[in-house]
Ligand binder design. Structure first.
Ligand code: FES
Ligand code: FES
Length: 157
């Protein structure tokens, strides 16, 4: 029988306890055990950013962190930040600016962008590009994504 470990963590504000295999990645735990499929999985090597999550306030790659490493942590997913309306302005602006096409990258992109927005300071387009450089988008060419983030960070016009 495979070894299993008991973990307890807070996911989107709710305490969750589960028995997991030590090798299970955090993003797989969220998707498969909790049904939180908003965080996507693509490269599974920390390259594309589709699995971006927030753990204890910092964004992380859910495919590079094990579920057991999140024991005792607060984990926030795109579902949680959407329900709390933390992402509301960014989601609205992405829609208005056509900053998504297929939408596969969008949850991770929103999580990364909100991390920047939460710094609450003026931010240049270069900084926005640098901040989302670890989040790959195969559809948009990034221009509209940067436009949307810039609008939220620095205000319209
Ligand atoms: S799936 Fe995690 S960075 Fe690509
Ligand atoms: S909108 Fe399709 S990958 Fe970004």
């Amino acid at each position: 029988m495979d070894q299993v470990i008991d973990i307890t963590l807070t996911v989107n504000g709710a305490q969750v306890s589960r028995r997991v295999e030590p090798r299970q990645h955090l993003v797989d735990f969220l998707r498969e055990e909790l049904g939180l499929t908003g965080s996507h999985v693509a490269c599974e090597h920390g390259v594309c950013g589709a699995c971006t999550l927030r753990v204890d306030g910092d964004i992380v790659r859910g495919c590079l962190m094990l579920a057991v490493q999140a024991n005792g942590c607060r984990v926030d997913t795109v579902e949680g930040l959407s329900d709390s309306r933390e992402l509301a302005e960014l989601q609205k602006t992405f829609h208005e600016r056509n900053a998504l096409q297929c939408g596969f990258c969008t949850p991770g992109m929103l999580m990364a962008a909100q991390d920047l927005i939460n710094q609450k300071r003026k931010i240049s387009r270069e900084e926005i590009r640098a901040h989302i450089s670890g989040n790959y988008c195969r559809c948009t060419g990034y221009q509209a994504i940067v436009d949307a983030i810039e609008e939220v960070v620095n205000g319209k016009g």
